[in-house]
Design a protein around this ligand. Structure first.
Ligand code: UGA
Length: 450
């Protein structure tokens, strides 16, 4: 594969992973960001986000010269064949995707681009029709360069496994009416052996939203089933296991709990629902998915109130602040809403996360942050597990109980074994799990006799 000269606009999570992985694939990459401090720290080898393997990858390719960081668009676009746009698209108060940064990036590209005819590749998650908006801005800003092709190339990276997701994708989606441009972008990924789907830009943009909305729907679906399980005395983990054995359903994204968080699923479901309503359809399923997800966070506090009588004056430990394990990202983390509700009901909160204490302290400074779970549970009336960190599965329950005022564990991620927890004298509340569990017995099919 021929190495290409690539500029990546945006040194956030998606931009950094894309830049480092494209360098790993053998290309020459310059990553440009307007944030001077961020670029300075990247140049000195410090990576401002927590993503396993990323720091080492960036260090290797900056040392080898394949990866550079700059704040200058002119420098980044000097000689370039592809420009990847990977800026963030936060939610507006109405739930739409805010395109401010995408528009600014397009304007800056148009302004700084002096020659050549690079292909613009959009990685940011943008509403359907944005590829056309970007083309329009470039036409205005870089009128001397003629029509520049814009390819929509949605990312399907999960935080915590983003490098593996990039290097071993389930699919590469490319949306462009200029087939040759799409095929040239496909060539960048040539060595990855993934199926490539080439569509028009609108379809590619829609694939991204529909995929995230479907994942969120699976989670809200199993959470709704969990509530029914609580009523009828069934165990949702085993229900999910039984459902997942059907290949048409699959096991993934059927973990019941306090719901999805993060910078992607909540924002994208809201943006798709917003898009649906402004185009005249009634997104009833998406609205239900959103509502169930909000309810899951409230239910935890409601159930705790039922157990403790009142939360006024209680002290509650919240273990896990990141929106999921293996990240320090607290954007739209369920723990935030739960802590705010506990505070509203008069409880004090002691919190611990293996890596996200500092990030949450910026949002909720009045919480007592602790260095480990044992310090967090000290003197508490209850513990809520809000992130599925393996460290919490391995806690010494005897030590946890010895430190607590009342032995109550609310397992918001269903990661503990209820029988083991109860055998230590705790009151255990999971999500969609009955009081008395029986282990499922999985019998493998017997080999047929010859
Ligand atoms: C998600 C998608 O999985 C990626 O494919 C997509 O590229 C990315 O958004 C994006 O749009 O950039 P991510 O937000 O990193 O990735 O995290 P997920 O692993 O999808 O988890 C999202 C949330 O759902 C977490 O809070 C997690 O705890 C929760 N979850 C996940 C459940 O509650 N149950 C499950 O069964 C699975």
């Amino acid at each position: 594969m021929r190495p290409s000269a690539i500029c990546v606009v945006g040194a956030g999570h998606v931009g950094l992973v894309t830049a480092a992985c494209l360098a790993e694939l053998g290309h020459r990459v310059t990553c440009v960001d307007v944030d001077e401090d961020r670029v300075e720290s990247l140049r000195s080898g410090s990576v401002p986000i927590h993503e396993p393997g990323l720091e080492a990858l960036i260090a290797r390719h900056t040392a080898g010269g394949a990866l550079k960081f700059t704040t200058s668009y002119e420098e980044a676009l000097d000689v370039v064949e592809f420009i990847f746009v990977a800026v963030n698209t936060p939610s507006t108060p109405e739930g739409a995707a805010d395109l401010r940064f995408v528009r600014r990036a397009a304007r800056q590209i148009g302004h700084a681009l002096k020659n050549g005819r690079p292909i613009i590749v959009n990685k940011s998650t943008v509403p359907v029709g944005t590829a056309e908006t970007v083309e329009h801005i470039l036409r205005q800003e870089a009128s001397g360069l003629g029509e520049l092709p814009v390819v929509s190339n949605p990312e399907f990276l999960r935080e915590g496994t983003a490098i593996e997701d990039f290097m071993k994708p389930d699919r590469v989606v490319l949306g462009c009416r200029d087939r040759e441009a799409a095929q040239r972008v496909a060539g960048l990924y040539g060595s990855l052996e993934a199926p490539v789907l080439i569509t028009d830009p609108e379809t590619a943009e829609m694939i991204k939203y529909a995929s995230n909305a479907f994942l969120a729907t699976k989670i809200s679906f199993i959470n709704e089933i969990a509530s029914v399980c609580e009523g009828v005395g069934a165990d949702v983990n085993q229900v999910a296991q039984g459902m997942g054995l059907d290949k048409r359903i699959g096991h993934q994204f059927l973990r019941a709990g306090i719901g999805y968080g993060g910078s992607c699923l909540p924002k994208d479901v809201k943006a798709l629902a917003h898009m649906a309503s402004i185009y005249g359809s009634h997104p009833q399923l998406l609205n239900a998915v959103l509502q169930i997800n909000v309810d899951q966070r409230r239910r935890v506090v409601r159930r705790l109130r039922q157990i403790l009588g009142s939360l006024e004056g209680a002290t509650v430990a919240v273990l896990g602040l990141a929106y999921k394990a293996d990240t320090d990202d607290v954007r739209d983390a369920p723990a935030i809403d739960i802590i705010r509700l506990l505070d509203y009901e008069g409880a004090s909160v002691r919190a611990h996360d293996p890596v996200a204490n500092d990030a949450l302290a910026e949002i909720l400074p009045d919480v007592t942050y602790c260095a480990d779970p044992y310090e967090a549970v000290s003197g508490c009336d209850a513990v809520i597990i809000a992130t599925e960190w393996p460290q919490f599965v391995e806690m010494d329950l005897r030590r946890v109980k010895a430190g607590m005022r009342r032995p109550v564990i609310v397992d918001g991620r269903n990661i503990l074994d209820p029988d083991v927890v109860r055998s230590h004298g705790f009151v255990y509340l999971g999500v969609g799990r009955p009081d008395h569990l029986q282990e499922p017995l999985v019998l493998e099919p017997q080999a047929k006799e010859a």
